[in-house]
Design a protein around this ligand. Structure first.
Ligand code: ADP
Ligand code: ZN
Ligand code: MG
Length: 481
């Protein structure tokens, strides 16, 4: 019988901070742009150029540290990590080895219905490298330094995770926290959040860690889960066949569902770290920390509790609308303007999320205002427009343009005719035009009323309240009996 094993996982997570400019120069961090247009002597590694630290990077790194219960290092420094690679123009990366900005934190995740703390060993700041672009036709390689010098933080966990589920829960927690802080958009598929997953297994009950491997190139939660399952099985097979797991870095190929060794510990580089002589130490005062603390937002967990108390919405709704800070803001704004909370929540969960998916819009890029959503809810409540029209107005006027729905409804003549005199005329016309249906109705076939309603809706071009139409038809038919 095969033995029982315990899975041990620790993560190194890189997050690109969304500052306007790079970490050591004034170049733009904007994604994309023609190659080598966001570069200067500093971030292209020209000899003699000098880095100057962007304070906003430190602010954001400290805010992530505070939000993850870390100690903030009062005297922090940068170090040079020396290695040669063509995307690294200085031949060293400026990083933090000896005095990382944050240490000894934790985040709380839910695992199998219970709260569990995942400890954070440290968070350090560093610069990103450029990008190499290979041309498969000519076999040439080009280099683009636009990303060189974009600020990163690396969040290093303790080996506290015991399953793929816990890894995903931990990453979701980090992402949610950092997005609420507005420190990064944390997109795995675009590389603004990248996770290296360290995995080892040991016999159940053992208190000694086994040899670990590190998996790279994981750009979705699904890939991470598949990679972990695959690596655990690979290590089990090795151990069961009496061999030893080799400490190495492996590359996961998600298309093929296999991993390949990239480099083993034997060829691990000696980075010859030393303190960077071009940068002064960072001294973090009490006042500085207090200032950042005072600006920390309400995080998702706190917001969920408050929404439950204030609005009494179902847990599912609350989880959905607090999924992003922005959506919560729209929700609260619309409710403040007097719209019904559950109706606002429905607009956000159903139509908004559908259109976000269709148009590939992220929640933080939603541009419609709470005011206009509130107005739309009220237009439906007051029977100015019906649900079908409201959906059209939401899609055409609010979601894409943030137009005033009241004005849009007026300009496009979408209001349901409140003039019941006109509706009565149309109903009478419908009765005259459908003698067979009337005969059926009078003969007891109630369903035949559908033909009359359909005729009226068509005549009115959908701009009427179906309940009102039914009422008038019933009244007219009663007269015929
Ligand atoms: P190194 O100094 O070689 O980079 P670290 O001790 O800094 O190694 O650990 C790197 C990452 O690997 C951390 O996230 C840590 O939690 C994780 N880790 C360390 N040992 C193990 C292990 N035996 N199994 C799984 N993960 C581990
Ligand atoms: Zn630059
Ligand atoms: Mg390490």
């Amino acid at each position: 019988m095969s033995k029982e094993y315990e899975v041990i996982i620790g993560l190194e997570v890189h997050v690109e901070l969304n500052t306007k400019t790079k970490i050591f120069c004034g170049c733009s961090t904007e994604f994309g742009g023609a190659p080598n247009t966001h570069v200067c002597p500093v971030c292209s590694g020209m000899p003699g150029s000098l880095p100057v630290l962007n304070k906003e990077v430190v602010n954001k790194a400290i805010s992530v540290g505070l939000a993850t219960n870390c100690e903030i290092t009062r005297n922090s420094k940068f170090d040079r990590k020396n290695y040669f690679y063509p995307d690294n123009p200085q031949n060293y990366q400026i990083s933090q080895l000896y005095y990382p900005i944050c240490r000894d934190g934790h985040v709380t995740i839910m695992s199998k219905g219970a709260a569990k703390d995942i400890r954070i060993h440290e968070i350090h700041m560093e610069e990103d490298a450029g990008k190499l672009i290979h041309d498969p036709v000519t076999d040439d390689t080009y280099v683009d330094f636009n990303r060189s010098g974009v600020p990163l933080i690396e969040i290093v966990s303790e080996p506290d995770m015991r399953s793929a589920d816990e890894v995903i829960a931990y990453l979701e927690k980090l992402r949610e926290t950092i997005q609420y802080l507005d420190a990064s958009d944390c997109k795995l598929n675009e590389g603004s959040m990248r996770a290296d997953v360290n995995i080892s297994i040991r016999e159940m009950g053992s208190d000694k860690f086994g040899t670990r491997t590190e998996s790279k190139n994981l750009n979705s939660f699904k890939a991470i889960r598949r990679c972990i399952e695959n690596e655990v099985k690979r290590q089990k097979d090795i151990i069961e066949s009496g061999e030893k797991v080799v400490q190495e870095t492996r590359r996961w190929d998600d298309l093929k569902g296999v991993s390949y060794p990239m480099r083993s510990k034997e060829d691990a580089q000696d980075y010859r770290y030393f303190p960077d002589p071009d940068l002064v130490p960072i001294v973090v005062s009490d006042e500085w920390i207090e200032e950042i603390k005072s600006k920390l937002p309400e995080f998702k967990d706190e917001r969920k509790i408050r929404y439950k108390e204030m609005y009494g919405l179902p847990d599912y709704d609350i989880d959905q609308i607090t999924g992003s800070k922005k959506m919560g803001e729209i929700f609260e704004g619309a409710v403040k303007e007097g719209a019904d909370p559950k109706k606002v929540s429905n607009w956000l969960m159903v139509e908004t999320m559908r259109l976000m998916k269709e148009t590939g819009t992220d929640a933080d890029k939603l541009k419609f205002s709470a005011t206009n959503l509130a107005k739309l809810v009220k237009l439906v409540d007051s029977k100015e427009i019906n649900n079908a029209t409201a959906k059209e107005v939401f899609e055409k006027a609010i979601f894409s343009e943030d137009m005033d729905p009241v004005k849009y409804v007026a300009d496009n003549n979408l209001s349901m005719k409140t003039d019941s005199g006109e509706l009565e005329e149309v109903v009478k016309k419908a009765i005259d035009a459908n003698p067979k249906a009337i005969e059926d109705i009078l003969g007891g076939k109630g369903k035949a009323v559908g033909a009359i309603v359909g005729y009226v809706m068509k005549e009115m071009k959908g701009k009427c309240d179906p309940a009102e139409v039914n009422k008038i038809i019933a009244a007219e038919i009663a007269k015929l009996k």
